[in-house]
Design a protein around this ligand. Sequence first.
Ligand code: HSE
Length: 415
Amino acid sequence: MAKKLKIGLFGFGCVGQGLYYVLNNSTGFKADIVKIAVKDKTKERSVSKELITFDKWEILNNPEIDVIVELIDDAEEAFNIVSEALKRGKHVVTANKKLLANHLEELYKLQQENNVSLLYEASAGGSIPIIRTLEEYFDNEELEKVSGIFNGTTNYILTKTINEKLSYATALKQAQEKGFAETDPTSDVEGFDPKYKAVIIALHAFGLIIKPEQILNLGITTLHDNDIKYASEKGYKIKLTPVIQRLENDKVGILVAPRFVKETDQLFNVDNEFNGVIVEGKFSGEQFLQGKGAGSYPTGAAVLSDISALSHGYKYEYKKHVQKHASDFTNDVFINVYFRYNSIIDLDKIEFDEITEKYTGTDYNYIVGKVNLQTLITNRDYILKNNLFISLVNDKIELNTKTKISIKEKQLINN
Ligand code: HSE
C-alpha cells in the first residue's frame, strides 16, 4: 500500500502554490506538507506562519521529512538543496529544468550512489507526461525523433501576436501575469527554457547526457512583421520547436529554433500556453501528446503525480542510457531554413550549402535553403545583434554529406 509521505517544500511561488492547491483538493492522494522554505521574509503568505521557514537546514535536517519538493527559481541554489537532500537519503521531486539540464550527470550519479529517487515530470512539457512515457512505455523501442512545442510562454506570444494581432509587449505581459513565463523571460523568448527541456528529453529518449551549451537555441526575439507575412502567405504558423533526431550514423542531432508549421502538422493547432510532443518510434510510428505546458495548476498536478509515484517507490531507471540507445551527439548536420537578412555581408557570414528560394526587395530580403548547423552556432550572436531571423522550414536534420560518404566508404571496406 502507498505510504503517506511527509513533504518539505522549497519555494512557494506560482508552481509551489499550484501544488499546495492541487494536493489539498485531490481526492485520490494524500500527503502532508510539513514545512515550506521561502526566501522573502517580507511577503505575505496564504498559509499558516508555522508552516514557513527561512532556513533550508530546518527541512534538510528534519528526519521526519522523507520527500523534498524543490520549486525555487535559482538553479544553482536548487542544485545545492537537491544534492544535499539526495545525500541525506531523501527522495526529491523538482520542476527545475535549468537545474536538471546543467547537472544531469551529477544528479544521475547522486541517485545511484545514495539509492534515492529524483523525479521531474513537471520540468518538461508541464502537465504532459512525456518523461514517464519515454521511460516506461518506449523503454524497449528505438526512437527516431522527439519534437514539438516545449515552451508555453513563446507559444502564447506567437498565438496572440500572429493570430490575434496583440503587440509583443502586451502578449509577453499577459504570459507573465498568467504565470507562464520564467522570472527572467529571456529564458523563454530566446529559447533557453525549451533547450533545457530538450536536454532532459534527450536523456530519456536516446540515453544521452548533453550539455545545454552544446545545443543551438534561437528564439523569437528577432521575429519581424515581414517574417509573419511570408509565413501567412504560405499558410504556415510559426512555432518555437525543439527537434531531437536520430541520424544515420546513430548519433543524435538537436536544435531549438522557430519553425514554419503547415496546416497538416500536428502542431498547427497547438496554441496559447499548450505544448505538444511528437514521438516517432521505429515500429510504433508517430505518437502525439498535447497538454498545458505552463501554469500553476497544470504544473502543480505534474509535481503531485511524481509525489504519488514516489509513494509507490517509483524511480527512473534511465533505461535508454543504460542500454546505450544512441552513440553520441553531433552538430555536423544540415537543416533547411528561411533566413531574413539585411545585407550581402550577412550572406557572407551565413553561408548556404544550397539555395531553393531567394528574394531581394526594397523592404526586406530572404533566402530559403540548406545550411550547416555549425554555421548558425558560430554566428548566433551576430544573428541576434543584427536582428536577423531564422526559421526552420521543416523538422528534418540531415547528417553532413561528408560524414555520410565516410559511412558508405566504411561499409564498402567492411564488405
Ligand atoms: N516558462 C515555462 C514555459 C514554464 O513558458 O513553458 C513551464 O516550464
